[in-house]
Design a protein around this ligand. Structure first.
Ligand SMILES: *Cc1c(COP(=O)(O)O)cnc(C)c1O
Length: 216
């Protein structure tokens, strides 16, 4: 199927209250434009340099999502245009986002990444670490923590996926009570987004199901 047909198919499976982020990492600006021309405006990248290069060449109304693990020294390159940073997993990154957002005179929206997968390779904080960060968020005037992000274990086991998404949603709902800014729960990718949506996701990050498999 073509990229546009893939896109329409995915889009038709996603309820209106759920934001689709089209994950375009490793894909060309031409491929991104095919999806843009279908009306898509939210795109996700996992490398800062690649996102900056593409943003420069592509229409300015694209909302760029940084979904990868962020190194603090790279934040300055995207600080004046990135729409949402999904993968904040330590105070140090938050401090740097604050510094750069202040320089750019912006309020930067971010998500805190929670570790829900069993694999050691996945980044993210524990619930306790998330709480500690939320307690000091007032120190960061130019940062708005608007929700949580998580990546499930790479598995076909649906009950395991369900359990992990359910867990993240439970933390989200609990923290939302005292954090009125909380509005985004970013979970679900090509292989597991339907389960993530069932478990309360309102932002899914879908790459290969739209653009085809990636050749790294
Ligand atoms: C690559 C990536 C995705 C999209 O993965 P697909 O399986 O291609 O949909 C989603 N989230 C993050 C954090 C990623 O790095």
């Amino acid at each position: 199927m073509s990229i546009q047909a893939n896109y329409q198919k995915i889009k038709s499976q996603i309820p209106e209250n759920v934001t689709l982020v089209a994950v375009s990492k490793t894909k060309s600006v031409e491929e991104i434009m095919q999806v843009y021309n279908c009306g898509q405006r939210d795109f996700g990248e996992n490398k800062v340099q690649e996102m900056c290069d593409k943003a420069e060449q592509l229409p300015k109304d694209i909302r760029w999502h940084m979904i990868g693990h962020v190194q603090s020294n790279k934040i300055k390159y995207m600080a004046d245009f990135v729409y949402l940073i999904h993968g904040i997993d330590k105070k140090k990154s938050l401090k740097e986002v604050q510094k750069q957002a202040e320089n750019s005179n912006r309020i930067q929206e971010v998500l805190l990444q929670v570790k829900i997968a069993e694999e050691d390779s996945k980044f993210g904080m524990t619930k306790e670490e998330v709480k500690e960060i939320l307690e000091i968020q007032n120190q960061f005037n130019n940062v708005k923590i608007v929700g949580l992000m998580g990546m499930a274990t790479f598995t076909d086991d649906e009950s395991q996926l369900k359990k992990e998404f359910e867990y993240l949603n439970s933390i989200f709902k609990q923290l939302k009570i005292q954090n009125p800014e909380f509005k985004i729960l970013s979970m679900g990718m090509s292989d597991d987004f339907p389960i993530a949506i069932e478990e309360g996701s309102n932002m899914v990050r879908v790459g290969s199901a739209i653009f085809g498999t990636r050749n790294y």
